[in-house]
Ligand binder design. Structure first.
Ligand SMILES: C[S@@+](CC[C@H](N)C(=O)[O-])C[C@H]1O[C@@H](n2cnc3c(N)ncnc32)[C@H](O)[C@@H]1O
Length: 275
């Protein structure tokens, strides 16, 4: 790996607590990469940037039985988790490595069929530089597939869920990251990086957690976040809210999760760019 940094150290603000990683581990190729699956061929090489606990990454393996899949993440702890969830005996064509994706990627020019990102570019201040690296490593005809957050909706909303969503947006952007609202701009970043608009598929998808079971599960994960590392960070280091405001968010999330009408949707930009 060439360690030359292209930008600042990781600006990821969510930490890797059990609650945070649990929400990432609920992601699969079916719910997070369906827009890409029809384009995969059995011999493809796929690189998943900011792969987290690797549940999406390992899900690519059966789609490329004669190819290979590599997951890269800056956090050693989640890479360990990704490795332990994917034993080599079951996933012989999968590997994970610790690395900063804002550095030069550990791949030769024109060597990769697919670069995939899910929920990572919006945590980075200069995503265009990462996309330029993707363009470098992709083979001619290769694909960059991005799925990045745009809008978070809690229905029926209450003061607690509204404050939670607004504070989350501020926290994610606090280190200069692009933040929530990026889904509608990822194709523009790709154009800035050198991909051509006629060779893009620009669409949107959604993550949905409705009542009764999924909303309760999702509310519990957010409550655990607020009761743990993230809540402490918002009150302490970032000074975005008071502890009383955190408590009001927790109450609001619990009320929302128990509502028979509860419906959470994260609107996602889903873009494929062909080199
Ligand atoms: C929101 S999680 C998404 C994980 C996974 N892609 C998914 O969709 O479930 C973002 C991940 O990106 C990683 N990350 C953030 N900045 C990074 C960087 N500069 N280099 C490598 N990984 C990074 C974090 O450690 C975290 O695991």
């Amino acid at each position: 790996m060439n360690p030359k940094p292209l930008s600042s150290p990781s600006t990821y603000t969510q930490g890797h607590s059990a609650a945070v990683v649990a929400s990432h581990a609920s992601r699969t190729v079916e719910n997070s990469a369906a827009f890409l699956l029809p384009h995969l061929q059995p011999h493809f090489t796929i690189v998943d940037l900011g792969c987290g606990p690797g549940t999406i990454t390992r899900g690519f393996c059966p789609h490329v039985p004669n190819g290979s899949v590599i997951g890269i993440d800056a956090a050693g702890s989640v890479i360990e988790m990704a490795r332990s969830g994917a034993p080599e005996s079951e996933y012989p064509n999968l590997s994970f490595r610790v690395g900063d994706i804002t550095s030069r990627l550990p791949c030769d020019d024109n060597s990769v069929d697919v670069v995939y990102t899910s929920q990572v570019l919006f945590h980075i201040p200069a995503p265009v530089r990462v996309i330029k690296e993707a363009l470098r490593v992709l083979k001619p005809g290769g694909m960059l597939a991005m799925r990045e957050t745009d809008t978070l909706i809690y229905h029926p909303a209450n003061a607690g869920t509204e404050a939670f969503t607004a504070t989350m947006a501020k926290a994610v952007s606090s280190p200069g990251a692009q933040g929530i609202g990026s889904g509608r701009r990822i194709h523009l970043w790709a154009q800035e990086a050198g991909f051509e608009r006629p060779k893009m598929q620009v669409r949107a998808g959604a993550t949905c957690h409705p009542a009764p079971d999924e909303s309760k599960w999702w509310a519990n994960i957010q409550v655990e976040r607020l009761q743990g590392e993230i809540g402490r960070k918002w009150v302490g280091e970032l000074q975005l809210v008071s502890q009383d405001e955190i408590d009001a968010m927790i109450a609001g999330l619990k009320t929302w999760g128990d509502s028979p009408e509860a419906w959470y949707v994260a609107l996602q930009g889903e873009v494929i760019c062909w080199k």
